[in-house]
Every structure is written in C-alpha cells, then in structure tokens.
Design a protein around this ligand. Sequence first.
Ligand code: GLN
Length: 569
Amino acid sequence: MLRYVFVKGPQDTTYVFVTGGVVSSLGKGIATSSIGALLRARGYRVSAVKIDPYINVDAGTMRPYEHGEVFVTEDGAETDLDIGTYERFLDIDLGRGNNVTTGQVYQAVIQKERQGAYLSQTVQVIPHVTDEIKSRIYQAGEDDGAEIVLVEVGGTVGDIESLPFLEAIRQVRFEVGRERSLYLHVTLLPYLGSSEEYKTKPTQHSVATLRGVGIQPDGLILRSRSALPPEARTKIALFTNVEADAVFSAYDADHVYAVPEMLEQQGIARLLERHLKLERVTPELRVWHEAVRVLRQPDTNVSIGVVGKYVAMPDAYLSLMEALKHAGIANRARVDIDWVSAEAVAEGDVEQLAAFDGILVPGGFGVRGIEGKVRAARFAREGGVPFLGICLGLQVAVIEFARHVAGLDGANSTEFDPYTPHPVIDLMPEQLEVEGLGGTMRLGSWPMRVAPATLLAELYAGRLEAAAHAGHHDTVSERHRHRYEVNPAYVDALKAAGLVVSGVTPGMAGRGEGLVEAIELPGHPFFLGLQSHPEFTSRLMRASPPFTGFIRAAVRRRSELLNPDVVTA
Ligand code: GLN
C-alpha cells in the first residue's frame, strides 16, 4: 500500500512555474528573470529555482562548450548559468538550493531508501521522487524568505527527463491552490518566409502535451522575430484555452535588459496580479530604463579582446560578458567584445591584439591555448594595454612575469607542465589530498585582504568602506572556482622583481594563510590579475569594481589614441 503524504509549502508563498515548449534555448531563463525583475520592481521578495532534468548532480562536471558557463554561488555551488541570470535580474544572492537536478533528487531518494526512511514501501517516482522535488521547491522558497518563488523547468515539454518535474509542479497547485500557483509556458513561433506568417501549430501541440500531463497554462510567452500580430494572439488563445490578454510576445530584443520592459508594456504584471490576487503596485523600473538607454546610445565605445579557449561559444563566458556590459554602462560606453582564439595567438598571431583597447584573459582549465594567453599577458604588460586577468588569467600573468621579468626560465603551472623547473602556480596541500571531481575545488565566496595604496584598494574603495563599517577592515569577498594557487615559495622572488601582490587571503587556520588573491604592476595604466571571479557578483545596478576600472582604463586609452594631444586626467 502506498502512503501519500502531502508536503505542505509555507502558507503564504506563491509559485510561478515556467515551462518551455517546441525547442530548447528559447530564452526561458531571460523570461523567468524578467518576470522576477518586474516583481522585484514592485517590492516583492522573490526567489527563483532552476530545475535541470539532467542526471549530473550539478553543472560542475559539464563542458562549458556544450552547456555554457558553470555559475558559482556565494555558498560554493556549481550551478547552471540561469542561476546567474536570476541573480543579475533579481539582484539577489542564490545558493545551492536554487538549482535542483535529477541527479540530486535521485541521490537523496536513494540515500533515504538505504537509510530505511521508506521502510516497507516500494520506492517510486510518484510519490517519492515527486515529493522530493516538491520539498526542494518549498524549501528553497522558505530558505530565501520569498513571497513569490519562480520555478523554471529546464528542457522542453515532451522530454522524457522532465516528466517527474512536470508531475511535481502539477501537484503543487493541488496542494497550494490556484491562487498561489501560476503556470507560464514559453514557446517558439516560427516564421515562414514563403507564406510570410507566424505558424502557431507547434505551440498548439506543445500546450496539448502540457495538458496531457495535467497542466493547463495560465499564460503563454511566445518567442518570435518581431512583435506578435493581434490575429495570431487571438488564434493561439482560442486553440490553447489561454485568455488572449495572457498571451505575451517576447520578440527578439536588441538587449536582454530590454526584455523586462517589453513584458511590462504588454501587461504581464496584470496577469500575475489578477491571478495571484496581488495588490496593484507601480513598479520602479528606472535602472532598467537607464541601462537600456545607455546600451542604445552610449557616449563612447571600446573594443575588448577576450583571449580564451571557448571563443565559438560565448555562453561559456556569460557572466563575464554581462560584467563587461555592466562596466560599460557604468562608464557610459558600449563594450565591443572580440573573441580571440588563444591557440591562434600561441601560433604567432599576436599582432591582432594591437586592435584592442583592453585585453582580458578569462578563467579556464587545461593546457590548450595556454601559451597564447601568456603571450597576450606579455603584450599587454609591455605595450601598456589595460589588462584584466581572471583566475587562470592571473595565473598566466604570473607565469609570464616569472619567465620574462623575474628570470625564472620555464616557469609554469603544474597544471600544464608537471615537470616545470619553476612551479610558480601549484596545488596547495589541501588540494593534493582531493579525490574525485565535482565540488572539490576552492569554491564560493572567500575573503581577500586588500593592501592599501594599490590599484585594488582604489577600485574597491566603496566596498572597503562598507566592510570597515561592518568591522571587517581591509577585506572584501569574491567568489572562487579553482584548484591551483600562486606558489607561496615564489612570492618573494616575484615581488623582488616588481610584481605587487595587492590582495591575499586573510590568515585562516590550516587554510593557506596569505595565498595570493590579486597582483598588479605599478606604473602600468591598468594591469590587474585576480584569483577570484568578480564577474559572478556583477550586477546592472552595481557593476563589479575591477571590471568598471578596466573599462574606464580602456576608455581612457581609446580617447588618448584618438586625441593624442589631449591629455586626460
Ligand atoms: N585551472 C586553474 C585552476 O584550477 C584556473 C581555474 C579558473 O580559471 N577558474 O586553478
């Protein structure tokens, strides 16, 4: 006999579910985040959960080339990149509990079964797996103290993997009631050039599939090239049983940050207010208006060369791109990102770097393209080109400096050359003991002590002041995701050759006291390497300080190159 236990959600939390149909990569994450932004702009406490139906426990072991960036949260979870989009649009910090995968759910259910938690029962998808899913959704809302929880179900309706999740979200309405649950379905409206019309049939089929698992969507968001013609809206409403004023058009936008306004103008908030019995509030959307205005009409533009491995897959560096965009907005500049293949630079194509106002070497793993990144760091150092090195980018800058300035021939990271005579980047004892992959790196938020009178101190001045008020003098935190560190045995030699270590980890018992967090070159217009990934915490409303400084330096360089006679302050 099965025992059905209702997992009750907190009494006053409301759930907005977002599913996707027809094709993947529709921009469901942007749609979900935009709705979140509109609710946040109305003062609601909002949280978001991404459900990923894959069997990986987390995104940490997946190839960025296929799946996009691995986003890292404050608490050190390696998550799907949509978590980053939620954080940026909702301006909140999320954590481990906000990314639910099939892997996690089954791991938990199997563990409970082995511990005897389901003693005498046959453990099944319904109710055990669906209960586990629901309890995770409810728990995330509770942990985040949210009034409204957005739940995005990854994948496409009709996929085998997403069925238990759709069943679980169907049950949520049964448990919390209609007024505390809303289902939105995002689909694609393909445009047929030959007949010059949008085709609604795939959407009709997708909604029918969703209905087949017991979910009638309350609203539709239709992705299309241009704004949806009124007749298509009426037709879709009729065929899908969704009110015409709950059918929204998410047409291709020039900027992702224009999507909240696009949906606002069509009255998506009215649907939420009506259905969820929310008060009508005038939203505060100024930051969004202003950001979009600068993006559309910048005062200036700069060109940044990003020397990386995954140049054909910009999603692999999503947070980085957004952080550059935020920094651009803060400097009223458009940032044109050029992807430079590190391998091409390694093979000798260094001259292409001369076209950029700034050079950025992002995070990465593995030896491919390393020598190209080292060359890029050298080019920036010698040419006085603004340089920002993130994580691996700091490591290659240190390798370059060690080889060409400190005279440590053959210096390298043991990640790329285990037999290097000068392992300036190496594994620390605690990493040597690590077995297995997945959650085993230095992950999440770590504090960094900032040396006074450095570029780093100047960039973080605002945050340092806030930290001092909170009693944490000279300390700021950024998120990390790496295994290797600057080898403490070489720090004195590097310093003696002129490298400035402007950030270190504060002394922590047994935890690599004084590890290098930031390096810079005095006398250079802007040369900064960071062991952390400040792009993860950059927000539209609060651009990341190192990125803002980097773009500021690039803008200065550009204007100096364009007007060599005018000396800018
Ligand atoms: N591969 C390097 C390390 O593990 C850098 C990692 C990164 O750039 N995120 O330390």
